[in-house]
Design a binder for this molecule. Sequence first.
Ligand code: IDP
Ligand code: MG
Length: 139
Amino acid sequence: MATNRTFTMLKPDAVENGHMGKIIDMIIQSGFEIKAMKYTRLSTEQAKKFYEVHAERPFYGELVEYMTSGPIVAAILEKENAVADFRALIGATDPAEAAEGTIRKSYAESKGRNAVHGSDSDENAVIEGKFHFSANEIF
Ligand code: IDP
Ligand code: MG
């Protein structure tokens, strides 16, 4: 996978609150091309694995429970400088600290239920993309 790609999930609160279409439109309007996309629900095992780096954090249990509470949209996105540009588009982890016009400012409920995931490095974008998609699902 090229390094001009990132990985995202529209989290259960975004789907539940009916923000799926608006968020996907914001992503496309911001210049990201969809290279893979699926509507799915994480198993507890998958969510634990995906957020393994946070296993020692106090919110890990809450995070796994939340991420498995309903369907999500997983996607691989392409754009020049994809990882950094997508982090800028989604805004700070806590919507109270997110800039105006960002996805989290517009749609997130709280620091935990924050609407959207974005990879934090090119390396993790590749790992996370492969976690959710097989080669024949990536275009
Ligand atoms: P990020 O999603 O902005 O990269 P991380 O620090 O990597 O933020 O945390 C991963 C996810 O864990 C967050 O998106 C959020 O859903 C959840 N999370 C982070 N901090 C807290 C917290 O203090 N309480 C509850 N959930 C949290
Ligand atoms: Mg992170």
